[in-house]
Design a protein. Structure first.
Length: 358
């Protein structure tokens, strides 16, 4: 006589328990400093790898140094244009106080993204000073422009802004999930861009987010040629020739400015550009003046200082990498000037010294 028996749940339950245990052990290993110190920056599930590297460096510096006093946020103009060590040195000469600074420049971000990142940086690190280094382009880029929102729309950033999603939760809370791509690369015996040992230790500059470039643009005194097919030139003519401040970037700037707190000082600084940069605009200096006027009015409404720099002609012709980026020489000059200005403003009571966030 045929007898039917209920299948046992023992084996599936034991299998599930084993998988959960294995996952827990793997997660614990992925959180170990000894494990993380041997791999490159983990993924935040975005194709903007430079952003992932900058975020990872910032976390490492905060853990190793114990505090971050000053963060400068901005686009690639900040990445190559701000030397944290020079800034901190000149600031200390003025005030007698040490200041631990980090360059959180991110390639190609517009103001709409900078505002969101400023909120996360203030929540995470509560720096005494947050500087936003900006340019006219940052307000003119549209949401539909190529790669504009590659960071802004990433699930992790949206999760950090309070918009729950499973992908963002996993990136935030699971070290194993963040390292999954690197572990997959290792399983394929692909070590370059995976193991830190292939690159050695980072330079003091790179550790602090600064990416110096010694290139000297010997053409900087010559107006840009609209027929030049070079990407940067065509890009700037496209973005700036009919200059207009976009509504989403207005909202981003206001989102950034409301981050000023009793324990933190915000400062907006115009990243300097050469006079030939004005040729990218349809109305040249009039368009550029509209940009500085808008920022000046908006920052004043929130009681945040805005410092203009281009009109000061701080940077010599050999201080430019191209039509908008400072090279090593230009970055040294600009960073030293900014360190002195901030130090003097603190001494004069124009900028708050700030108390360390707890």
């Amino acid at each position: 006589m045929l007898r039917l028996t209920r299948p046992s749940l023992r084996i599936p339950l034991l299998t599930l328990l084993f998988l959960l245990l294995l996952g827990g052990v793997a997660e614990a290993v992925a959180r170990l400093p000894a494990f993380q110190s041997r791999l490159m920056a983990p993924t935040l599930n975005t194709r903007h790898r430079q952003f992932e590297m900058q975020w990872w460096r910032l976390q490492q510096v905060a853990e190793e140094d114990g505090r971050i006093d000053c963060i400068i946020l901005g686009s690639s103009m900040v990445v190559s244009g701000f030397n944290p060590l020079v800034f901190a040195h000149t600031y200390q000469e003025e005030t007698g106080e040490a200041l631990h600074c980090f360059n959180f420049g991110i390639d190609a971000i517009p103001t709409m993204t900078a505002g969101a990142l400023a909120q996360i940086l203030m929540e995470e690190y509560q720096p005494r000073l947050l500087i936003y280094g900006m340019d006219a382009r940052d307000l003119a880029v549209t949401r539909t422009d190529r790669d504009t929102t590659v960071i802004l729309d990433m699930p992790w950033l949206q999760y950090r802004l309070g918009r729950f999603n499973l992908e963002g939760w996993l990136v935030e809370h699971s070290a194993l999930y963040r390292y999954r791509r690197l572990l997959f690369n290792l399983s394929r015996f692909y070590y370059r861009d995976t193991l830190r040992s292939y690159y050695g230790s980072e330079t003091p500059h790179g550790r602090l987010g600064y990416d110096p470039d010694d290139t000297v643009a010997d053409y900087i005194a010559m107006p840009p040629d609209p027929n030049n097919p070079e990407y940067q030139i065509q890009y700037y003519f496209r973005v700036l020739s009919a200059y207009q401040v976009q509504a989403e970037n207005q909202a981003g700037l206001e989102m950034l400015l409301v981050q000023q707190q009793a324990s933190s000082q915000l400062l907006v600084v115009e990243m300097p550009v050469p006079d030939t940069y004005f040729y990218f605009f349809g109305e040249a200096t009039a368009d550029y003046a509209a940009f500085t006027h808008y920022v000046d009015e908006t920052t004043a409404h929130y009681d945040v200082p805005f410092w203009e720099t281009t009109s000061l002609h701080l940077i010599p012709d050999d201080g430019w990498m191209d039509y908008s980026h400072l090279n090593t020489n230009g970055a040294t000059i600009f960073s030293a000037w900014l360190g002195r200005q901030v130090g003097q403003a603190v001494n004069n009571g124009e900028l708050a010294r700030g108390e360390r966030g707890q």
